[in-house]
Design a protein around this ligand. Structure first.
Ligand code: ZN
Ligand code: ZN
Length: 380
């Protein structure tokens, strides 16, 4: 993992880890630039309007959609929703993915399409108290059932399809890493300001993030069925390989074989989804205005060490594929570096947002002040 020079990752007094200033940091200083997400997804409905490389939103440029498309033969995912704002972005995307791109012009038809609507839902009996053991049993059952299943008959929501695309993005990156252990990803070649600029990270870096699977399932039991459906869908796609093999080129077959091996157990899918909750950032249509349209989400691994404070000392700004973090005020040595995850004005609103999205109760100074005021207790 890259070592950022302005802060240390340390245990916090309230649990988990956080980033603490190593020295005094003046307002406006760039603290960290993450060049790209480890895994991300642009919502299916925005795939024509958001550049697949730089995340530029076509409406910001006065266009209803982008015109530069990735030909089916160039991508293992077929032409499943890959458009670009310019040929330059298309070329960068291809360079990044070239290790798994096809070398010939045969058509690739194993794209991740929206599955046909069906009527069969995953049956789950959710106990009143979900335990970690119950999660293991449910996932093991998911693997067994998908071994027997032929054809795809379950219905997925659009959100589940997008979640599947996020997982696929992460799994593909892991597969590329494993095939090229020494190779630097294009995303990582950004170290012109050492210590500040980091790449997308590696699988091991992603695994360092807090796994929130249990917290999510405990508070939202229906998400267990949803995640299992996502896994089974991805697994189903890779089991279609024998039927479509003749239509694929060699490299696509290789990648799908690797995916199939990976999806033989739900381990990596669970690991990706467990860290998706509470660690990812939304991709918004403007760099800083988070009140606008959310176009997708991404796991900017190194940015996830910044904890929440309702009066943060950092602000974040998206820069193309990357996210940058700046000091929004002067920061003293030893101070924890925080961003704000919640935009609620009232303390009640923020608490609701933080509990449902990040599974914690905020005890920051602003919340303490607001609560005191609300309860009428005079502050001393
Ligand atoms: Zn672009
Ligand atoms: Zn707070």
């Amino acid at each position: 993992m890259a070592t950022p020079s302005l802060y240390d990752i340390l245990s916090t007094p309230y649990g988990g880890r956080g980033a603490f200033a190593r020295e005094a940091i003046p307002q406006g200083t760039m603290i960290l630039a993450c060049a790209a997400p480890y895994a991300h997804v642009v919502y299916w409905e925005f795939r024509r309007e958001v550049c697949a490389w730089c995340f530029a939103y076509s409406f910001e440029s006065g266009k209803s959609k982008w015109a530069v498309k990735l030909a089916g033969s160039e991508h293992v995912g077929g032409n499943g929703g890959v458009w670009f704002c310019t040929d330059v972005c298309r070329a960068d995307y291809i360079r990044e993915h070239e290790k798994m791109l096809a070398g010939n012009s045969k058509r690739t038809t194993a794209g991740l399409a929206v599955p046909p609507a069906g009527l069969v839902y995953l049956e789950t009996i959710v106990p009143t108290d979900i335990t970690p053991e119950y999660l293991d049993v449910a996932w093991a059952a998911a693997r067994d059932v998908s071994d027997q299943r032929r054809g795809w008959t379950e219905e997925m929501t659009e959100f589940e399809v997008d979640t599947a695309r996020f997982v696929l993005d992460g799994l593909l990156r892991k597969i590329i890493e494993e095939a090229n252990p020494g190779a630097e990803m294009l995303d990582r070649l950004v170290d012109d300001t050492p210590g500040y600029c980091v790449g997308a990270g590696r699988w091991a870096d992603y695994m360092e993030l807090q796994d929130n699977e249990y917290a999510l399932m405990y508070t939202n039991p229906h998400m267990l069925a949803s995640h299992i459906r996502v896994y089974r869908f991805l697994r189903h796609i890779t089991t279609m390989l024998p039927q479509v093999r003749s239509k694929l080129n060699e490299k696509s077959v290789h990648v799908i074989e690797q995916l199939r091996k990976n999806l033989a157990t739900p381990t990596d899918t669970r690991a990706l989804l467990g860290r998706d909750s509470g660690n990812v950032f939304g991709l918004w249509d403007t760099a800083t205005d988070e009140g606008s349209e959310m176009l997708g989400w991404g796991a900017f691994v190194f940015g996830s060490y910044f904890n929440h404070h309702c009066e943060p000392n950092l602000k974040k700004k998206r820069n193309k594929r990357g996210v940058e973090f700046y000091a929004s005020k002067d920061i003293a040595p030893g101070e924890e570096l925080c961003i704000s995850y919640a935009d609620g004005v009232s303390v009640e609103e923020r608490m609701q947002q933080l509990e449902s999205g990040w599974f914690f109760v905020c005890r920051c100074t602003r919340c303490a002040r607001d609560l005191e005021r609300a309860s009428g207790t005079p502050s001393i």
